[in-house]
Design a protein around this ligand. Structure first.
Ligand code: NAP
Length: 351
């Protein structure tokens, strides 16, 4: 890998990608970031600031996942392509095929068609997810922690559409990669990514999740829902390590630990006190099931996920990518502090 060759990062505006861009620049690399609309007046401020801090080493290029060939120009001369662009929407999604599956699957195909058409590319790092490893928490019944050998076999466009979008996109990517031998691919599988955001414009499910701790959504309590969790800074480092470690190969679960919304609330309460609407109580599964559709969850989702444990084996990422995961207290605390600094977190009125 030529360290002077530019690195392409797709979806550069995004929550995860912004940290990848920042670390690449701090490491001395030259970066080409793709964005859907480089002329928009807000949402690019953090990238503009990074470009100013690293003169001549960050350029933004217009590209859309649904436009075949739109990545060709930005990719020319790159040896490493980090493909993060893909919508991450939680809760009720009106049209899963259009909003999630198509951009994830067709977008991955289009980006890899550009890779096939660009002779300089040697490696692709694809942002997948733990949700391409498993579908519902109940899938762990009777077995141990999920590993990179596991695939999500239970999601569909109707049930768990976001996990489905990530699974079909990653499968397609491995198929396309397997049809040639000029470039190789490494996939990164984060749990829910938390930690400070460089932008307030992201619509990522990570932001929706953390906002629920301040907009009173969870003031009455939270269901016992376990999920994977990892710091955005560690996820960014994982992508870069996967890109530049010659022996890196295959899939890497990139997850610090499992956590529930109540545990996140407890961590937040310890650092920020009781004047924010953090959840205290566990909402019983039966009660949550009744109100779930209003909160954007199906009753099938509640049945198959609430109350079930969830574990992932992250040993490959530690031994082969050299990751040392941050503590949840730092990830969650730093994220919430940044929401306070950005004026997003609201205090509960004192009674
Ligand atoms: P994000 O902030 O919403 O970023 C998503 C990016 O995708 C944005 O830059 C967006 O560009 C781009 N995008 C969406 N639709 C597009 C289209 N049609 N054409 C071009 N670009 C498009 O979300 P994120 O959390 O950073 O997610 C980034 C990646 O990490 C995704 O692949 C996601 O599946 C994966 N991931 C995230 C998490 C997590 O917890 N956040 C966990 C596991 C995996 P615009 O600015 O133009 O909208």
């Amino acid at each position: 890998m030529d360290l002077d060759a530019p690195v392409l990062v797709t979806g550069a505006t995004g929550y995860v990608a912004s940290w990848i861009v920042r670390y690449l620049l701090e490491d001395g690399r030259t970066v080409r970031g793709t964005v859907r609309n480089p002329d928009k007046t807000s949402g690019l401020e953090h990238l503009t600031a990074l470009a100013e801090a690293h003169p001549g080493r960050l350029t933004l290029h217009k590209a859309d996942l649904l436009d075949l060939g739109s990545y060709d120009e930005a990719m020319a001369g790159c040896e490493l392509v980090i493909h993060t662009a893909s919508p991450f929407l939680l809760g009720k999604v009106r049209d899963p095929e259009r909003q999630l599956v198509r951009p994830a699957l067709e977008g991955t195909r289009n980006v890899l068609a550009s890779v096939n058409a660009t002779p300089s590319v040697k490696r692709v790092v694809l942002t997948s997810s733990v949700v391409a490893i498993h579908g519902d928490n109940v899938d762990m019944k009777g077995r141990g922690a999920f590993t990179e050998d596991d695939w999500n076999t239970t999601s569909s466009a109707d049930h768990q559409p976001y996990p489905y979008s990530k699974t079909v996109a990653e499968k397609a990517a491995w198929e396309i990669c397997g049809e040639q031998n000029r470039w190789d691919m490494v996939t990164i599988h984060p749990g829910l990514v938390l930690g400070p955001s460089l932008t307030t414009a992201s619509k990522s499910g990570s932001m929706t999740t953390m906002r629920a701790f301040t907009d009173f959504t969870l003031a009455g309590g939270a269901p016992d829902l376990a999920m994977g969790m990892v710091d955005v800074r560690d996820v960014a480092r994982a992508h870069i390590s996967a890109g530049f470690t010659p022996d890196a190969h295959g899939r890497y679960i990139t997850n610090a630990r499992s956590i529930t919304m109540l545990q996140i609330g407890k961590i937040l309460r310890k650092r920020f006190g009781r004047t924010y609407p953090f959840p205290y109580n566990k909402v019983p599964k039966a009660a949550f099931k009744l109100v779930a559709p209003v909160a954007g969850y199906t009753r099938e989702f509640v049945d198959k996920n609430v109350g079930w444990p969830l574990e992932f084996d992250n040993s490959r990422s530690r031994s082969e990518l050299g990751l040392a995961y941050r503590k949840a207290e730092d990830t969650i605390g730093d994220h919430f502090q940044q929401m306070i600094d950005d004026g997003i977190a609201r205090r509960r009125p004192l009674s």
